[in-house]
Design a protein around this ligand. Structure first.
Ligand code: DGY
Length: 326
C-alpha cells in the first residue's frame, strides 16, 4: 500500500506507521506545485494530507487510484464528502486531541480583544506609553457576560467551560441540533441565530464549515450584534465576510474581533484588518501545540493502519461509509 505524505508531521506518527510496515512516499520539498502534488497523488493508494489541498470531484476523477484519505486535521471542509462517500472512500480525520489547544486560542483571543492587547503592545513598542490616563485604552471585563457559541460541539464545549469557570459567563448557543449534555453541564441555553447575535457579548465560532454557511457573519449579522460585542473565529475564515467585518470594526458597530482563521489563508500582510487597533489576527495556530500535533500524528497513523488491515478507520468524517459497506 502506497501512502503519500505531502508535508512533515511529528515523528511519532511516522514511527507508528513504520512499525506497521507502512512506507510513506514523501516529496523532497514541502512546496509542491498543484501539478506535482497531483502526480504524487496519482501514484498513491492513500493520501495523508497536511494542509488545505482540495479534494473535489475533479480530484477524485483524476486520481481514481486513491482508496482512502487520511486528513491531518479535524476539519474536512476541503473534501467533497458526498463524492468521497459515493466512491466508497473513507475520509479519516483527527478529532478531540485538539479541543483544548483550539479552545485555548479562542479564549486567548477573547481576552486580548477585551483588554485591547494589540493596541497596547503597539503603544509600548512605538514609544507612546505616556503618564497614567484614567480614560485611555479602557477594556471591558468579561465577568458575568454572555458567551454565544455557534457550534457547541467538542471545541465549543471546551471554550464554554473555560469561560464559565473563569468569568462565570452565561452560555447561549446555536447549533444544528440541541446539545443536551452541554445544556445540563453548562446550564447553556439553545437560541435562534438572531438571538445569538443580539444577546451575546462575545460570539465564538466553533461549527464545522460547509459552503452553505459562507459569509454567515455579514453586514446584516454584525448589525444585529451589541456594540460591545467581541467576534471570535477559530473555526474557518469562510464564516465571516471580511469586508463587512472590517466595516463593523471601523464604524464601532462591534467592539472588536479575534481571528485565528481568515479567507484566504495566509492573509496578506497588507490586509487593512491588521492595521485596526481592535482586531487581533493569528496565523491559524489553533492546534499548534506539541501535545495536539503529536495526538493528531498518532490518530492519522492509526487511521491508516486500520485501513491497511481492511478495518474501519477509527475516526472518519463520513461514518455512513461503513454503514453502506460494513
Ligand atoms: C483542523 O484540524 O481542522 C485545524 O483547523 C487545522 O486545520
Amino acid at each position: 500500500m502506497k501512502v503519500f505524505l505531502n508535508k512533515r508531521i511529528p515523528q511519532n506518527g511516522i514511527d507508528l506507521l513504520k512499525e506497521n510496515h507502512i512506507e510513506l512516499i514523501t516529496p523532497e520539498t514541502d512546496n509542491l506545485s498543484k501539478g506535482e502534488w497531483l502526480q504524487f497523488c496519482q501514484s498513491a493508494d492513500v493520501i495523508l494530507n497536511v494542509g488545505k489541498n482540495k479534494f473535489d470531484r475533479d480530484f477524485f476523477e483524476q486520481c481514481s487510484n486513491v482508496k482512502a484519505l487520511a486528513l491531518f486535521s479535524v476539519g474536512f471542509d476541503q473534501v467533497d464528502i458526498d463524492e468521497a462517500t459515493r466512491r466508497g472512500i473513507p475520509v479519516g480525520n483527527t478529532p478531540d486531541v485538539l479541543n483544548q489547544a483550539t479552545s485555548d486560542v479562542a479564549f486567548l483571543l477573547m481576552q486580548m480583544v477585551s483588554r485591547k492587547v494589540n493596541y497596547n503592545i503597539e503603544k509600548v513598542k512605538n514609544g507612546l506609553w505616556k503618564d497614567f490616563d484614567a480614560l485611555e485604552a479602557l477594556g471591558q471585563e468579561l465577568y458575568g457576560k454572555t458567551l454565544g457559541i455557534l457550534g457547541l460541539g467538542r471545541i465549543g464545549f471546551e471554550m464554554a467551560k473555560k469561560c464559565k469557570a473563569a468569568f462565570d459567563m452565561k452560555i447561549i448557543y446555536h447549533n444544528r441540533h440541541h446539545n443536551h449534555e452541554a445544556e445540563q453541564e453548562l446550564d447553556s441555553q439553545y437560541v435562534s441565530f438572531d438571538k445569538l447575535l443580539s444577546q451575546s457579548d462575545v460570539i465564538s465560532v466553533h461549527a464545522n464549515y460547509t459552503p452553505e454557511q459562507a459569509n454567515l457573519f455579514d453586514k446584516s449579522a454584525f448589525g444585529k450584534m451589541k456594540s460591545n460585542a467581541i467576534f471570535i473565529n477559530t473555526a474557518r475564515g469562510g464564516f465571516h465576510n471580511e469586508n463587512d467585518l472590517l466595516q463593523a470594526l471601523q464604524s464601532g458597530t462591534i467592539w472588536g474581533a479575534g481571528l485565528d482563521v481568515t479567507n484566504p489563508e495566509p492573509m496578506n500582510a497588507d490586509n487593512p484588518l491588521l492595521q485596526l487597533p481592535n482586531a487581533v489576527v493569528l496565523p491559524h495556530i489553533g492546534s499548534a501545540t506539541v501535545e495536539a500535533r503529536e495526538g493528531m500524528s498518532r490518530m492519522v497513523a492509526e487511521n491508516i493502519i486500520a485501513f491497511s488491515k481492511s478495518e474501519n478507520m477509527p475516526n472518519v468524517a463520513n461514518p455512513e461509509i461503513y454503514k453502506q459497506n460494513p
